[in-house]
Design a protein around this ligand. Structure first.
Ligand code: UD1
Ligand code: CA
Length: 494
C-alpha cells in the first residue's frame, strides 16, 4: 500500500497573538532553535502534501518573508478583514487550485510540538473511516478556553462548540478541539460557504463546518490522542517557555537513546537541527544550536554554547562560546575560548585558554594555546603561536590579513601587524612586533638590547619592600652605572 498524500495542508497563522505582548508576530517566536511556524511547517511537510499553504495577516510581511526562507515552495495566503479560523481556511482554499480534490489537513501555526506522525495518524484514520471531517481531540483536566467536542447519544461527534458560545453543561465537557483537522476538500469548500458569523465572537468559525457536515448526513469523527503536548498552542510567553522546555526534553532524550551521553539533561539545550554522533559526551550547562554537526566521540562542555559549529570526531570543546566555526577531528578547544565566525581549526589543532579567533584558518596540528587574538589570519600546519600574541588586523579603517606558514614557532607577546607574512619554518623572538614579512627559516627579532641599571631600586625606591628584598639578596648598592642619569624615570615604572 502506498502512503496516501494529502492534497494540501493549510497552516493557520493569521491570528494576532496579543498575549505575547511582543513586537514580533507570535508565530515567529522560537523554541528549540526554530520558530513556532517553522515547527508547524516541518510537521506539515512531514506528510508530503501536494500543496502547503500558510495563512497570514498580522505581521503579514514578516511572516510571509519567514515562510519564503523556511519553505519557499509554500503558498502564502492572505486573510482579509473577515475574522475567524473558518475565514482563514477559506482564504487558503482561494489561493490553491480551484480544481483541487482529496483530503486537506488544517493545522495551527502556534502548536509547535505537533509531530508529523500524528498528522499521518490523523490522515490514515480519516481515510480509513471514510469521514468527511476528522478532528484531533484530547481530554484535558482543565478544558477551559478550548472548543468542546459535542457528541450525540450514540457517541458520534455532532459538532464543536466554542467556550464562549457553550452552555453550562457543554462547558463540563472535557474533550477538546485541538484545532487540527482532516477534511474532504469538496465538503469543506461547500460547508465554509454556509458558515456565518452569528456567534459570541462575531467570527467565521472553522468549527462550524463539522456541525454542517453532520447535518448533511456525513460522517464526522474524532481522533483522540493521548500526548496532550502535541495539541497545546502557545498563547503567552509562559507557555512558550513551558513548551520549549518540553521540546528540549524530548530532543535530549532522543539523542540519549541514539547513543549520546548527557550528564545533566535539565541544563543541556539542543536545537532541532543539530546532529550528534555516537558516544558524544555532553557536560552540564551546554547549549548546541543552529545547524551544528558533531562527530563521534566528541566531548562538549561544561559551560559551552555552540551555534552552527561543525566538530570532527574525537575533538574536545570545553567552556567555549562558538559560532559558525569548524573544529577538526581530534582538536581541542578551551577552556575559555571564543570562536567567532570563520574560525577553522585543523585536525588535532588546539585553541586554548583565553583565545579569541575570527575568520582564522588554523592548520592541522597547529596550536594557539594561551591568551591570544587571531583575527583575519591563516596559520599553516604544525605551527605554534606563543602566548599573549595579537594578530593586529585593524588599522582603524580596514581589516587586513596575516599569514603564518607551517612549522613556525612564534615567540610570546608578538604583534603581527597585518598585512604581514611569516614564512614556513620561521621563528620570532619574544615580544616581537612583526611589521615586515619574515622569510622562511629566519628568526625575526626587533627588541633593543636590554640594559640593567644596577642599584636603581636602592637609589630611587629606598625603603620599599623591593629595596629590602634586593638588599637581602646581596645586591651591591654601591655600583652606579655611568648612564643612569640619562634613563627616563618612567621606564622603570610598573
Ligand atoms: C480555536 C478553535 C477552538 C480550539 C482552539 C485550539 C475555532 C473557532 N476555535 O480557538 O475550538 O479549541 O482553536 O487551540 O476555530 N487564526 C487565523 N485567522 C483568524 C483567527 C485565527 O489564521 O482569523 C489562526 C491563529 O493564528 C491560530 C489558529 O488560527 O494559529 C487558532 O486561532 P485561535 O485564535 O488561537 O483560536 P481559538 O479561539 O483559540
Ligand atoms: Ca488558541
Amino acid at each position: 500500500m502506498t502512503t496516501p498524500r494529502p492534497a494540501a495542508v493549510i497552516v493557520l497563522a493569521a491570528g494576532e497573538g496579543t498575549r505575547m505582548k511582543s513586537a514580533t508576530p507570535k508565530v515567529l517566536h522560537s523554541i528549540g532553535g526554530r520558530t513556532l511556524l517553522g515547527h508547524a511547517i516541518a510537521a506539515a511537510r512531514g506528510v508530503d502534501p501536494h500543496y502547503l499553504a500558510v495563512v497570514v495577516r498580522h505581521g503579514r510581511d514578516l511572516v510571509a518573508a519567514h515562510v519564503a526562507v523556511v519553505d519557499p515552495a509554500a503558498v502564502v495566503a492572505d486573510q482579509d478583514e473577515v475574522k475567524g479560523t473558518g475565514r482563514a481556511t477559506e482564504c487558503a482554499l482561494d489561493a490553491l487550485p480551484a480544481d483541487l480534490t482529496g483530503t486537506v489537513l488544517v493545522t495551527c501555526g502556534d502548536v509547535p510540538l505537533l509531530a508529523a506522525e500524528t498528522l499521518r495518524g490523523l490522515l490514515e484514520a480519516h481515510l480509513a473511516s471514510g469521514s468527511a471531517a476528522t478532528v484531533i481531540t484530547a481530554t484535558l483536566p482543565d478544558p477551559s478556553g478550548y472548543g468542546r467536542i459535542v457528541r450525540a447519544a450514540d457517541g458520534s461527534v455532532s459538532g464543536i462548540v466554542e467556550q464562549k458560545d457553550a452552555t453550562e453543561s457543554q462547558r463540563e465537557i472535557t474533550e477538546i478541539n485541538s484545532g487540527l483537522y482532516a477534511f474532504d476538500l469538496a465538503v469543506l469548500r461547500a460547508a465554509l460557504a454556509k458558515v456565518g458569523t452569528d456567534n459570541a465572537q462575531g467570527e467565521k468559525y472553522l468549527t462550524d463546518v463539522l456541525g454542517i457536515a453532520v447535518g448533511e448526513g456525513l460522517r464526522v469523527s474524532a481522533h483522540l490522542i493521548q500526548d496532550l503536548w502535541q495539541t497545546e498552542g502557545v498563547n503567552d510567553r509562559v507557555q512558550l517557555s513551558r513548551l520549549g522546555a518540553e521540546l528540549n526534553r524530548r530532543i535530549v532524550e532522543g539523542w540519549m537513546r541514539a547513543g549520546v551521553s548527557v550528564i545533566d539533561p535539565s541544563t543541556t539545550w539542543i536545537g532541532v537541527d543539530v546532529t550528534l554522533g555516537r558516544d558524544v559526551m555532553i557536560h552540564p550547562q551546554t547549549q548546541i544550536y543552529g545547524a551544528s554537526t558533531i562527530g563521534d566521540n566528541v566531548v562538549i562542555g561544561p559551560d559551552t554554547t555552540l551555534t552552527d559549529v561543525e566538530i570532527g570526531d574525537g575533538a574536545a570543546v570545553i567552556r567555549t562560546h562558538g559560532s559558525l566555526a569548524v573544529i577538526g577531528a581530534g582538536a581541542t578547544v578551551g577552556p575559555f575560548s571564543y570562536l567567532r565566525p570563520g574560525t577553522e581549526l585543523g585536525v588535532k589543532g588546539k585553541i586554548g585558554t583565553f583565545v579569541e579567533t575570527k575568520n582564522a584558518q588554523i592548520g592541522a596540528g597547529s596550536k594557539v594555546p594561551h591568551l591570544t587574538y587571531v583575527g583575519d589570519a591563516t596559520i599553516g600546519e604544525h605551527s605554534n603561536i606563543g602566548a599573549s600574541s595579537v594578530f593586529v588586523n585593524y588599522d582603524g579603517v580596514k581589516k587586513m590579513h596575516t599569514s603564518i606558514g607551517s612549522h613556525c614557532r612564534t615567540g610570546s607577546d608578538n604583534m603581527f601587524v597585518a598585512p604581514v607574512t611569516v614564512g614556513d619554518g620561521a621563528y620570532t623572538g619574544a615580544g616581537t612586533v612583526v611589521r615586515k614579512d619574515v622569510p622562511p627559516g629566519a628568526l625575526a627579532i626587533n627588541v633593543s638590547p636590554q640594559r640593567n641599571l644596577l642599584g636603581w631600586v636602592q637609589r630611587k625606591r629606598a625603603g620599599t619592600a623591593s629595596a629590602q628584598a634586593a638588599a637581602a639578596a646581596g645586591e651591591d648598592s654601591l655600583i652606579v652605572p655611568e648612564d643612569s642619569a640619562t634613563v627616563p624615570e618612567g621606564n622603570a615604572s610598573a
